[in-house]
Structure formats: structure tokens, C-alpha cells
Design a binder for this molecule. Structure first.
Ligand SMILES: *[C@@H]1O[C@H](CO)[C@@H](O)[C@H](O)[C@H]1NC(C)=O
Ligand SMILES: *[C@@H]1O[C@H](CO)[C@@H](O)[C@H](O)[C@H]1NC(C)=O
Ligand SMILES: *[C@@H]1O[C@H](CO)[C@@H](O)[C@H](O)[C@H]1NC(C)=O
Length: 811
């Protein structure tokens, strides 16, 4: 028998003894098979065997509780009628007593019956759940504890849970803890940190064993889910990102996309991007999409402002773990800047005699682009005589390349071009102004090689002869022309007494009245000089030709002027028709037509007898002389020149047809006879005239002497020459006006005498510059010796006139 059962029996007996007075008590094990005999109630109640059936013992259980015990009515045995589970009836209570009543009839009796149930190991430890789910953050530190609900064993004492066994693992150990109240519970203790990234979950089998016999156990699976902790920072795919970007890229141009990954999951792995430490400049240029990591352009990218940007990009997860990466953005240059030409210095003018290579300015060329885009070629527009000479760095000197001439080009606009080597190239230009400064390098140049002026004689003093003009292309005073006469002599007199030149206008004026018979032409040198320093000049010769005016009457040399009684030609009586009888010789101080003389017989005693050669002046008989012809023949011959109007002179020729000179004394008579009546009145008039003239002569002699003292060099006084009207024209006609003419007359007489034509001596007349003293010596009147202190032509002219008067008086 089971010792336990024995013990229960003994206890039952003892208890029954004490309680028999009050109630019945039994002790049984739980889970006995139905029919198991617990005790005998009748016997314990002292009821006779025979009476038992009459008393009808029975169990009365309260309520509708299913009866687990029964009493045999015949013998009063108490037996197990149903399952008695201690855990069901009493649970955790350490002692389990079931109470019910036993009912007896005849007489009716009610007895209380208590049934003590004793535990057996009929229950295995049971965990409340099959699976214990634990979520443990990977960040949990070693020693962290996680309480595990204990396994439950319905049994008591030894039969209850005695120990736990945890499946072998590295991370956890299992501990039993006792509370202050003495309760026990288990706990998982973290022995080694978890890493979700290594192992996301683990399953551990926990076994609880009791101390019963046979031993029972229960298991539970502890399912540990390792929760993520934010233990991983985001990691960029590159430690340094590089990107290149063209300048001037439009807005929103993607630059690069940075990317980072986070080993954590969920919210711990959610990455946002942002710039860390961003300069103000970069802030305006780039933006970063915080979700995608894409960087786009948000501003004007200008290479010239910055060619390289270094940005720090940060990737951050939700809980603030972050990492950084560097982003280098290289900006590539675009040729977007044209070269700039800066004039650093520039002379405003360059002298025209500056040698080639003279520097006139310095320019500087800049291009803000880089590399090829910055390479600048510089040049000057080709048609200007300037070039650029590269100097240090981007400096160029502007130098002249050729000889300049202000008179050709007086200023230059030098166009400077600069082109860079970008593609497409950009260029710019600048124009600088440079003027050429004058140098007095051009002498005045006369418009003509030489000038000729023609003037009629007897011109007015001060009349304009001609105008010379010279040009000087130089600037201002270097080109201002001033005219002047070069000092020289004409006929021994300074040229300034003949002409003057207006310094400004170049007009040449006569200073005096010219006399063709004295001076037919002369040359003066006019100088044109500029006002430069030193001045330049050039000379030109001006020939002044004096035109003849018919201002001289023919002068009859032979026969002697009227009044001379000795001029009588003898004509032989036997002269045939056409024979030369005599010749009228006349000259004219003028020249050309004005001196081309023609001879006419104005009046004759016998008009048919004599004829005169129109131009030769030869008097010939027209027919044979006959006896009937008068012995004395008188001819009045007029000599005319061919001028306009023509001037003339007349003379009388007395011819005597005779072979015998003895008839000569009658000559006077004849003439007197013929003109007796007329002559008488002529003589009276003449006498009056003579006496008048004589007085006049005396006065004039005195006057001349007086005037010689006053005007010893009358002609040379320049402009105030003696006007032609000063002397009576007739005087001038007869005896000429001056020494030169007289000299000529003498000469012409000889020429005519040798029977050459009038025109021949005209040509010889061109040689007009006979010296005055020679002229004087050739003068026909030795009278002049008396006045030898003078070479003054006018005075000589005066004396000729007086000679004439004297002759007249004698006559
Ligand atoms: C130079 O330029 C100025 C102003 O543009 C103009 O007045 C002048 O005539 C030009 N000179 C030449 C020689 O082209
Ligand atoms: C004239 O020429 C001289 C040099 O020959 C020069 O020095 C001067 O400046 C010039 N005058 C003017 C007004 O150009
Ligand atoms: C002009 O003549 C003057 C005087 O004879 C002389 O000094 C000067 O050199 C001449 N000028 C020229 C250009 O011939």
C-alpha cells in the first residue's frame, strides 16, 4: 500500500474520532477511480448494520454540483462516484476540504461530512501561452532583464514547478527571482547585446519541470524579435562627389544626385539630405532636394564669380544620426565675356614728322573668361598707319608704322579690335582719335611758275598789275603766306620804286607811271614766305611788260623843221619820171603800229609832178620835168603814224628845178612872192609871238634852274613821276621827251638812212636798256654840256625844247 494512503487512513481515523461528535471527516487522494471506497459512514455514525438500509443514508450536495461521492444504502460505504480534482475544487489552496451533508431518515438526521482531498502530481507545468513573444530593442544593454511569466503547475509542493531550463544560446540566460512576497518568477537576462542587423529574431525553448514523480514538464517558445535601434548612421555612396557644371546653366538644371543608405530600418532608416555649412553665395546657387538628394541650379552660375564650389552635404536619419560628404562642383567656362579694351594712355596728337615706331598710346585688353576663351588677339584696322606692339602681359603699345603727313590725313580714328579664341569667338572694338600735329614742312608754292603782267604805259600810279598767289598747305601760321618783293635794281633804281606787293593779298601795284619809251619790261622777284619757325619760302619771277600807247607823234628829221630856209633840194631839169628827188625821214618814238609811219603829200605847187613813197618817204618825179614846169616847187608832207588815234607831223620841202645854183638867191623871193600877202600877216603874228615867247623863255630858263635845284632826281622819286600832261603834247611830239628817245632817234636816223625798214628798228628798240650816260653823249645837241651836272632826262627834254624855241626865234 501506498504510504501516503496509509497516512491518510490513520489521519482519517483520528479525525473521525474527534469529529464523530460533530461531523464525519475523511481524507482521500484526488483523482481516484470512481467506486474507490473512502470509508464507512454507518459505522462511523454508529448505526447498526441492520438499520442501515432503513435509515436510507445518502449524500446531499448543495446546488447542482455533480456528486462526486456516493453512499451505498445497504452498507453505508462512502465511495468515489465521480472525478475529484483537487485543483478543480480548491485551486491553489494548500489544503482542500470538500464539505457536504449526509442525510439519514427514520429519524431524520443530518450529518456534516468533510472530505479532505490530497494532491497528487497529476499536472504538468503549463506556460500560459505556447509562445512568448518578446520584442527587444537591439540597443538593450547587457544585463537587461525581461520577465517571463512562470509556468503554472496545478499541483502543489513537490508537484509544482521546480526549475526551468533555457535552450542553449549566446544572448540570454534564465534566472529565477523571488519576490519579497516569496513569489517566484523567471526572467531572461541579456548576456550579450543583440544586433538586429545580424539576427532579426531568435526562438528559445524554455522548459519548466516539476518535482513530482514521475516528473512532468512544460515548454514554451520564447520568440524574441530584435527591434531596430537607430544605431546606424546614414552612409554616403561616395566620400567625395564631383560634378561639373557649365556656367550660365538654366535654373533647375540637375547637377548631381547624392545618395546615402542607412542600415537601420523604418523610421531609423529614413534619410533626409541637407547642406551643412553653406556659404551665402552657394546658398543662392544650389538647392538640395531633401528627400531625393538631387541638387539643382537655382541661381546664375557665373564662372567668373566662382569656378569651384565645395559643398558639404549631410544625410540624417530621423533620429538625428548623420554623416557628411563633400561635393565639389567644377564650373566650366563658357565664352560669355567679350574682351574689354581699356585705353591706358593716349597722346592727343602726334607730330607729322614723328618717325615710324613712335608710341602714341597704351591699351590694355582684358577678358574675364579663362583658358582659350581668355586668349585675345588684338589688332588695328589695317588702313591706318598704326599697329599694336605687344608689351608686358595684356598691354599693347600703339605705334605708328609709317611716315605721317598732316596735309594728307590730319587725324585718325584708330579702330582697335580684340577677338578672343572662344567658340564662337567674341570680339569688341574701340576707336581712339588721334590728330596729327603740324610741322612746317611745306614751303609756299606759287600757283604758276612765273607771272607776267601787262600794263599800258602812262598808267596811274597805284594801279594793279597782277596778282601772285601761293599756297601753303600747312596749318595756321605754318601755312600763312606773306608776299614780299626781293630787293633788286631795275635800271639802277630799287625795284620798290617801280612796284609794290601787298603782303597779304599778293596784289602787285605799280608805284609809278611807266613810260614805254623808257622801259619796256622788267622782272621782279616776289617771295612767298610762311610764318613758321623757321619760315619756308619760295620765289617767283614776275615779268612786267609795258604796252605802248601812241603818245609820240612822228618826228621829222629831214628836212629840218619848217622855218629853216636852207633846206632846199635841187632837182635836175633833166630828171626823168620816177627819179628820186629827195626823201623825208621821220621817226616815231612809239613802236609797232604806233611807229609805222606813212607819208603823204598834203599840198604841192604842182600836184602831178611829185609823188612820195607811202612808207619810204622817198619823193620821186612822176613824170619827166618839162620846161614849162615852175622852177620852184613846194611840197607840204604829212607824216602819220598808224596808232589809234594816229598822230602826225608835217614839214615843208622846197624843191628847185634847176641845174644851176646861181638861181638859189631867188629862192627866198619866190617863196616870198608866192606867199607875200600871207607871209606879211604871218610875220606880224610871229613877231608878236617871238617877243612873247622870248619873255616866256627868260622866265622858263629861270624856272628850270629853279626847278632843277628843287627836283634833282625827279624820276626816281617813285610814284610821283612827272605826269605826261605836264608838258604840252606838241613839244613832246616835236622833240621827244627824254634822253632815251633822243638816243634812239639818232640811232634810227642811221638805220633809216641805210634804207632798212621801219620795223627793223622796232625790233632793235626792244633792247631798251641803254645806259643813261651813253645816251647823253649821243645827244645831237651839245648844248647839254652846259648843263652837264644832270643826267635827268626830263631836264634834257627841257633843254631840247628850249633849243627849239631858240631856233624859232632865230628864224
Ligand atoms: C572720327 O570720328 C569722329 C567721331 O566719331 C568723327 O567726327 C570724325 O569725322 C572721324 N574722323 C575720321 C578721320 O574718320
Ligand atoms: C608749325 O610748325 C612747327 C614746327 O615746324 C611746330 O612746332 C608748330 O607747332 C606748328 N604750328 C602749328 C600752329 O601747328
Ligand atoms: C629766294 O630768293 C632769296 C634772295 O635771293 C634767297 O635768299 C632764297 O633762298 C630764295 N628762295 C628760294 C626758295 O629759292
Amino acid at each position: 500500500l501506498n504510504p501516503a494512503v496509509e497516512r491518510v487512513r490513520r489521519a482519517n481515523a483520528l479525525v473521525a474520532f474527534f469529529l464523530s461528535l460533530f461531523y464525519l471527516s475523511y481524507t482521500v487522494l484526488e483523482e481516484l477511480k470512481p467506486g474507490y471506497l473512502i470509508g464507512n459512514v454507518a459505522k462511523d455514525l454508529g448505526i447498526e448494520k441492520e438499520q442501515i438500509s432503513a435509515r436510507k443514508p445518502r449524500v446531499d450536495m448543495e446546488g447542482n454540483e455533480k456528486p462526486y461521492c456516493g453512499i451505498n444504502e445497504k452498507n453505508g460505504d462512502l465511495f468515489v462516484s465521480g472525478r475529484i480534482d483537487r485543483e478543480e475544487h480548491c485551486g491553489e489552496k494548500p489544503t482542500c476540504v470538500l464539505k457536504f451533508d449526509v442525510l439519514l431518515e427514520n429519524p431524520l438526521e443530518l450529518h456534516r461530512l468533510s472530505l479532505q482531498i490530497q494532491d497528487i502530481n497529476d499536472n504538468a507545468p503549463i506556460f500560459p501561452k505556447d509562445v512568448i513573444r518578446l520584442e527587444i530593442r537591439e540597443s538593450a544593454v547587457k544585463g537587461a532583464r525581461y520577465r517571463i511569466n512562470a509556468a503554472h503547475d496545478a499541483d502543489l509542493g513537490q508537484n509544482a514547478v521546480q526549475s526551468y531550463i533555457l535552450q542553449e544560446n549566446v544572448n540570454f540566460v534564465f534566472n529565477i527571482q523571488t519576490t519579497n512576497a516569496g513569489n517566484k518568477y523567471g526572467e531572461l537576462v541579456l548576456n550579450k547585446e543583440l544586433d538586429r542587423e545580424e539576427q532579426q529574431e531568435l526562438k528559445l525553448l524554455l522548459t519548466a519541470v516539476d518535482g513530482g514523480s514521475p516528473q512532468r514538464s512544460g515548454t514554451v517558445v520564447i520568440h524574441v524579435t530584435v527591434l531596430d535601434a537607430n544605431d546606424n548612421a546614414p552612409v554616403f555612396t561616395e566620400s567625395v562627389y564631383t560634378a561639373s557644371l557649365q556656367e550660365n546653366s538654366p535654373l533647375n538644371t540637375p547637377v548631381i544626385r547624392v545618395s546615402a543608405s542607412d542600415a537601420d530600418e523604418g523610421i531609423n532608416g529614413e534619410i533626409t539630405y541637407e547642406f551643412s555649412r553653406l556659404s551665402e553665395k552657394s546658398k543662392k546657387l544650389f538647392s538640395l532636394n531633401e528627400k531625393t538628394g538631387e541638387i539643382v541650379v537655382t541661381g546664375d552660375i557665373d564662372y567668373e564669380e566662382g569656378s569651384k564650389y565645395e559643398l558639404m552635404v549631410e544625410a540624417k536619419d530621423s533620429y538625428g544620426l548623420s554623416s557628411e560628404s563633400k561635393l565639389i562642383i567644377q564650373i566650366t567656362d563658357v565664352n560669355d565675356n567679350a574682351p574689354i579694351i581699356i585705353v591706358k594712355s593716349l597722346s592727343s596728337s602726334i607730330p607729322e614728322n614723328a618717325p615710324p615706331g613712335t608710341e602714341v598710346g597704351i591699351i590694355n585688353v582684358q577678358d574675364r573668361d579663362s583658358e582659350r576663351n581668355r586668349q585675345v588677339r588684338c589688332y588695328v584696322e589695317s588702313n591706318a598707319p598704326f599697329k599694336l606692339v605687344p608689351s608686358i602681359k595684356n598691354y599693347y603699345s600703339v605705334v605708328s608704322t609709317g611716315q605721317l603727313d598732316r596735309e594728307l590725313v590730319s587725324d585718325y580714328n584708330i579702330s582697335i579690335f580684340a577677338t578672343d579664341e572662344g567658340s564662337p569667338p567674341l570680339s569688341s572694338s574701340k576707336s581712339v582719335h588721334l590728330s596729327v600735329a603740324d610741322i612746317n614742312d611745306n614751303p609756299p608754292v606759287f600757283e604758276e611758275q612765273s607771272y607776267s603782267a601787262y600794263v599800258s604805259e602812262n598808267n596811274q600810279a597805284g594801279s594793279t598789275l597782277c596778282r601772285v598767289s601761293a599756297r601753303d598747305p600747312d596749318w595756321r601760321q605754318n601755312g600763312t603766306v606773306i608776299y614780299s618783293l626781293l630787293a633788286a635794281e631795275v635800271n639802277g633804281a630799287p625795284v620798290s620804286s617801280y612796284v609794290s606787293v601787298n603782303g597779304d593779298t599778293g596784289l602787285i601795284h605799280a608805284v609809278r607811271s611807266f613810260d614805254y619809251e623808257q622801259l619796256r619790261s622788267f622782272q621782279v622777284q616776289v617771295m612767298a614766305r610762311d610764318n613758321g619757325s623757321p619760315p619756308l619760302s619760295s620765289n617767283v619771277s614776275v615779268s612786267v611788260f609795258i604796252w605802248d600807247v601812241n603818245d609820240n607823234s612822228p618826228q621829222i628829221l629831214y628836212p629840218a623843221p619848217e622855218g629853216s630856209s636852207f633846206m632846199t633840194e635841187l632837182v635836175p631839169k633833166a630828171a626823168h619820171g620816177g627819179s628820186l628827188v629827195s626823201k623825208v625821214i621821220a621817226v616815231d618814238a612809239d613802236s609797232g603800229q604806233n611807229a609805222w609811219l606813212s607819208y603823204h603829200i598834203v599840198k604841192s605847187t604842182d600836184p602831178g609832178l611829185f609823188t612820195i613813197g607811202l612808207h619810204s618817204g622817198e619823193i620821186r618825179t612822176q613824170r619827166d620835168i618839162s620846161q614849162s614846169d615852175s622852177m620852184k616847187q613846194n611840197l607840204i608832207v604829212a607824216v602819220k603814224d598808224n596808232g589809234q588815234p594816229s598822230l602826225s607831223a608835217t614839214c615843208a620841202m622846197y624843191l628847185l628845178i634847176s641845174d644851176n645854183l646861181a638861181e638859189v638867191p631867188e629862192l627866198k623871193e619866190i617863196s616870198y612872192e608866192e606867199k607875200n600877202s600871207k607871209l606879211t600877216s604871218y610875220l606880224i603874228i610871229a613877231l608878236v609871238c617871238v617877243s612873247t615867247f622870248f619873255l616866256t623863255f627868260i622866265i622858263i630858263i629861270l624856272g628850270v634852274r629853279f626847278c632843277r635845284r628843287r627836283k634833282p632826281r625827279l624820276l626816281f622819286d617813285g610814284a610821283v613821276a612827272i605826269p605826261s600832261g605836264y608838258l604840252p603834247p606838241n613839244y613832246a611830239d616835236v622833240d621827244g621827251t627824254g634822253t632815251l628817245r633822243s638816243a634812239y632817234n639818232y640811232d634810227a636816223y642811221l638805220t633809216t638812212g641805210s634804207r632798212t625798214s621801219d620795223f627793223k628798228f622796232v625790233s632793235s628798240y626792244n633792247d631798251n636798256t641803254l645806259p643813261a650816260d651813253q645816251t647823253l653823249r649821243k645827244s645831237p645837241t651839245d648844248f647839254l654840256e652846259a648843263f652837264d651836272d644832270s643826267s635827268d632826262a626830263s631836264q634834257v627834254g627841257c633843254f631840247n625844247r628850249f633849243t627849239l624855241l631858240f631856233t624859232f626865234i632865230l628864224f
